[in-house]
Design a protein around this ligand. Structure first.
Ligand code: ATP
Ligand code: MG
Length: 584
């Protein structure tokens, strides 16, 4: 399917413009409009009951976050409930590890399912009885075609299918065979139970779909109790029905399955939820499919599901994204009926916006250049006052130590500066943030390589705090740390995992793996952060002044040394993109 690559958000509502004068009345998306109309008309007795139904065959990603925010969000807004249901019908690909990670991620995003934690596997007996019911009604039959034959008989989009030779088995024979399938009398793949619908239907999903298959494999919850398992389409609509779901919200690819769900529920004469489809979330420069994410993990492209470059919830969490930022993102993209790709810079905008309000500012030097201040009293140390967050005076101030030997950023000095370069250069005066004006008086070189290894400077004691009493101006302000007090740290810088905006759109004979960005991770060793970060806990986030937002990686405790992840740079590409967008 071709997707519209839009810089836009794919939504009819909301812009990341926080400066609106008055909050506009909330505009409902099409799903909320349906739900609202249903509650007003008294459909489902005015109840709203949704569910988030992950299959536990991988970790959740940002696309799932959209679905989570939608389902739990709608339930909360309409005073309803939302279930967490594991669609665990495939014992081969599912694991307890995934169940645990899903629960952790949904909780971390800020949602709560109370005691409504359900599993499709809990309904296996009910589903089996429903299948028996279909057989008794003459609406299902045991078929002995092999999987390959079933495919051949199915036909194509342009050709009708052919009836299976086993289609006219008697109800008694079907009941007997299905029971024996359950008892384990037949090997895997030898028989299936199929719905008896219409092999000539224009909708391939209706051409006698398989509803049970034989699989002698233990299940992570039911163990060896079953050797036949229901297929997703059968289990899913019935699970929704059993739980009394009112609005079964799912992604567009299930639109063509809706007639099949309707058929099952109508034939069985059971409670019928309303299904509503919306467009999946796609984000540029990444892939959002568990199947593909598993490959990145298994082939060692990333360090695991929680690698900070992964679009998984656990990866975003480790990277330093906040639940607030992710929820905000999901809110902004809204829901639509048409597939589109959301620009990753919108996600970055959302985390930047959240962290700008909340992250303490600190100084860190990632590429250090030693600076010796010749006229500073030897061995003296001063504690200078620094503001923790100019956006939030309530966050107060802290003391940063200043001394005669400092580090500044190597990029903040040029021996022969071009015209536009206002930072430090020989003979030039600049401000050190919260400290003093300094002037560069000379450089020290490595005698072998000729490289500059140290800058010699003088400071003006009258400029303490960063202002000259004589009103003298400087053109730039640099961040710095005191060499004797700073803590050494490793800093990891991330770039997009893929080099192509839509890695799913592949050329002939290629797959998405062809577009892996070889430079998506850069590790900087020997960085220095200010002393106040010495005991920073894992997950804590900061703005490193002039550099971006960073958080403490769990490797800090594992390795016993400070490791930071760059969450996002300060540069707001989204704001720039917005300017180029046509007014709406
Ligand atoms: P994947 O293709 O990544 O494996 P999936 O749809 O198979 O995704 P499920 O565990 O079945 O994964 O998904 C749980 C719920 O999340 C479903 O309701 C599904 O529609 C929704 N969902 C999955 N991916 C997205 C996405 N990219 N955008 C929005 N919703 C999604
Ligand atoms: Mg799925």
């Amino acid at each position: 399917m071709r997707k519209d690559v839009k810089k836009e958000t794919g939504s009819e509502k909301r812009e990341p413009d926080t400066k609106q004068k008055e909050p506009a009345a909330p505009q409902l998306d099409f799903i909320r409009m349906i739900v609202k109309a249903d509650t007003e008309s008294g459909k489902f007795g005015g109840r709203v009951h949704t569910r988030f139904p992950p299959e536990p065959n991988g970790y959740l990603h940002i696309g799932h976050a959209k679905s989570i925010c939608l389902n739990f969000g709608i339930a909360a807004e309409f005073d309803g409930m939302c279930n967490l249901r594991f669609d665990d019908t495939n014992p081969v690909k599912e694991e307890v590890e995934y169940v645990e990670s899903i629960k952790r991620d949904v909780r971390w995003l800020g949602f709560n399912w109370d005691d409504r934690e359900y599993y499709a596997s809990d309904y296996f007996e009910q589903l089996y009885q429903a299948a028996v019911d279909l057989i008794k009604k003459g609406k299902a039959y045991v078929c002995d075609l092999s999987p390959r034959e079933i495919k051949e008989y199915r036909g194509t989009l342009t050709e009708p299918g052919k009836d299976s030779p086993y289609r006219s088995r008697s109800v008694e024979e079907n009941l007997d065979l299905f029971e024996r399938m359950r008892k384990g009398e037949f090997p895997d793949g030898s028989r299936t139970l199929r719905a008896k619908i219409d092999m000539k239907s224009g909708n391939i999903n209706m051409r006698d779909p398989v509803i049970y298959r034989i699989l002698h494999a233990p299940h992570h919850r039911t163990g060896d109790a079953w050797c036949i398992y229901p297929l997703y389409d059968f289990a899913h609509c019935l699970s929704d029905s059993i739980e009394g779901i009112t609005h079964s919200i799912c992604t567009l690819e299930f639109e063509d399955h809706r007639p099949l769900y309707d058929w099952f529920l109508d034939q069985l004469g059971v409670y019928h939820p309303r299904q509503i489809e919306f467009a999946r979330l796609n984000v540029s420069y990444t892939v959002l499919s568990k199947r593909k994410l598993i490959r990145l993990v298994e082939e060692g492209i990333v360090s695991g599901w929680d690698d900070p470059r992964m679009p998984t919830i656990s990866g975003l969490r480790r990277r330093g994204y906040t639940p607030e930022a992710i929820r905000n993102f999901c809110d902004r993209i809204g829901v639509a009926k048409r597939d589109s790709v959301v620009d990753v810079s919108l996600l970055e905008y959302c985390v930047r916006e959240d962290l700008n309000r909340r992250a303490p500012r600190v100084m860190a030097v990632l590429n250090p250049m030693r600076v010796v201040i010749d006229n500073y009293p030897p061995d003296a140390v001063e504690e200078l006052e620094a503001i923790n967050n100019p956006e939030d005076p309530g966050m107060g101030t802290r003391k940063v130590p200043f001394s005669g030997v400092l580090y500044i950023e190597r990029e903040d000095f040029l021996e022969n500066p071009p015209q536009q370069f206002y930072r430090l250069a020989p003979g030039r005066e600049v401000r050190l943030r919260y400290a003093y004006f300094i002037t560069c008086t000379g450089v020290v070189r490595d005698p072998d390589t000729g490289d500059i290894v140290e800058l010699r400077c003088t400071y003006d004691p009258a400029t303490r705090g960063g202002d000259a009493p004589d009103g003298r101006k400087v053109k730039s302000t640099l961040h710095w740390v005191s060499a004797a007090h700073a803590c050494e740290a490793e800093v990891r810088l991330y770039d997009h995992l893929f080099t192509k905006a839509d890695p799913d759109e592949t050329a002939e004979g290629e797959d998405f793996m062809a577009y892996i960005n070889p430079d998506s991770l850069r590790i900087l060793h020997g960085c220095f952060v200010e002393k106040s970060l010495a005991e920073a806990p894992v997950g804590a986030f900061y703005q490193f002044e002039r550099q971006g937002y960073f958080c403490v990686d769990p490797d800090t405790t594992r390795r016993g040394k400070l490791v930071f992840n760059r969450i996002v740079t300060l540069r707001d590409t989204w704001a720039k993109i917005q300017k180029t967008l046509a007014p709406r």
